[in-house]
Design a protein around this ligand. Structure first.
Ligand code: EPZ
Length: 426
């Protein structure tokens, strides 16, 4: 398995192109089921998870043709065409590799009147139930059965618009309800909808396909069902987690880097904390500049929250940053119950972190030390790369497989701004 080797200490200077968002691309790909016409996505990142999703779609008869984006961060063009479905049951061997495959349930059901998919188990970051997805589909009139680890959803006479009130904010369940409601008869109102930018991006694509949706970006989304959707072309929005990760790479390593093809508005909660810690964030026409020149960053506390709060997907990277800040910070994880897997690895690099329930108390140290490390989740893996940029000596991040699921050519992007980082084929 490939590894990433980093020699810490280099300051970063230059530009990093930001790719399209993984977590927007995956549900957008599932939306291809909603029409028998082609759906063209541009700015698609080349990631393992995108390849897994394409395999699932192909397994059900959807053609997925990729036009490579060659330049770093340029994004690819994917034409997805579900002209005729070859089945309604997703292949378990592919589904088990990626939780996000569950996204196909709602749109496949809405299109074909039936969908069968394995229940995703828990994963490294928590139990991650899917009860809210299933309740949303049941509210829209589907019969939902669980048998032998599978979800079987049926709506032979189609779905019917309904009021869906989520008891807690869920990105995936909101996306499931939104996609399914586009083809339901009548009006659906989704209350307590998640407001993550990837949901509005999905909504914009669905509108381009002919869906009638109001309230995108708010917690109440209204959908007037239509009888069919048609062909559309949609550009995937920039990846805010990649954006935030590279912003923190500069914060931790020092230097001045322009992140291009993105928007500081996508990471406002992080940008505020960076400002408080002494890192400058300045918008530019192409994106924004992150700069930390000389000053040692100050510790600041934060807790993860649904958007527009601080994203759980940036918590591990923020902890690596705080591990070298001046002072103590409290980092509270409120979304997932087991998202501190990076802590033992950061400790091995000399960090001073104590966990108390869902709070990590981080005391900044003057210098981290390079070490061989490993993580079982992609965001945790990226935090170890960031820690390696600031550490004395060599850090080897094992199981790069996880990084490749969600970060496009990370070592190339970082070496392009002067980091001493390389992939070691294994
Ligand atoms: C999405 O996962 C993202 N994945 C995650 O990114 C991200 O961490 C998460 O949203 C939170 O922002 C994709 O978009 C592909 P949720 P999702 O439903 O939709 C509970 C990454 O690293 N819940 O918003 O699965 C759940 O357990 C990944 O890119 C239920 O109880 O997250 C959690 O505590 C990891 N029942 C909370 O809601 C349900 O039916 C929020 O989860 C669904 C969720």
């Amino acid at each position: 398995m490939d590894k990433i080797r980093i020699r810490g200490g280099a300051r970063l200077k230059g530009t990093i192109p930001i790719s399209g968002a993984k977590n927007a691309t995956l549900p957008l790909m599932a939306a291809a089921f909603l029409t028998d016409a082609p759906l063209t996505l541009t700015n698609v990142p080349k990631l393992r998870d995108v390849a897994f999703m394409a395999d699932i779609l192909r397994g059900l008869g959807v053609s997925a043709e990729w036009t490579d984006g060659c330049a770093l961060g340029a994004g690819g063009r994917y034409v997805l065409h579900a002209a005729h479905l070859s089945g309604t049951a997703a292949d378990y061997d592919i589904v088990r590799k990626m939780r996000a495959s569950f996204f196909i349930l709602g749109p496949l059901l809405a299109r074909a009147g039936e969908a069968r998919i394995s229940l995703p188990g828990g994963c490294a970051i928590g139990a991650r139930p899917v009860d809210l997805h299933l309740k949303a589909l049941a509210a829209l009139g589907a019969e939902v059965d669980l048998s032998e680890g599978n979800v079987v959803a049926r709506a032979s006479r189609g779905l019917t618009g309904a009021k869906i009130k989520f008891p807690l904010v869920s990105v995936g369940a909101t996306e499931c309800a939104l996609m399914a409601a586009t083809l339901a008869k009548g009006q659906s109102v989704i209350h307590n909808a998640a407001r993550e930018p990837e949901i509005a991006d999905l909504g914009r694509c669905l509108i381009a396909m002919g869906a009638k949706i109001d309230g995108l970006g708010t917690s109440t989304v209204t959908v007037e069902g239509v009888s069919s959707l048609s062909a559309a072309t949609h550009a995937v929005l920039p990846d805010r987690i990649e954006t935030g990760t590279y912003a923190m790479a500069v914060a931790i390593a020092g230097g001045e880097v322009e992140l291009i093809g993105t928007d500081v508005k996508l990471i406002e909660a992080l940008a505020k904390l960076l400002g408080k810690s002494g890192v400058a964030v300045t918008p530019t026409p192409a994106g924004f500049v992150v700069a930390r020149n000389g000053v040692c960053p100050r510790a600041v506390s934060m807790e993860t929250q649904p958007f527009p709060g601080f994203p759980t997907d940036l918590q591990a990277q923020f902890m690596a940053f705080m591990a070298t800040a001046e002072g103590s910070s409290h980092i509270k994880e409120t979304i997932f119950e087991n998202r501190f897997m990076h802590v033992p690895e950061l400790l091995r690099m000399g960090a001073d972190i104590k966990i108390d329930g869902n709070v990590a108390v981080v005391k900044g140290v003057a210098r981290l030390k390079g070490a061989p490390v490993m993580a079982t989740d992609l965001r945790a893996s990226s935090s170890l790369v960031l820690a390696g940029l600031a550490a004395e000596g060599e850090t080897v991040v094992n199981r790069v497989y996880h990084l490749d699921r969600g970060f496009e050519r990370m070592e190339e992007k970082l070496s392009g701004v002067g980091a001493e980082i390389e992939r070691v084929q294994g």
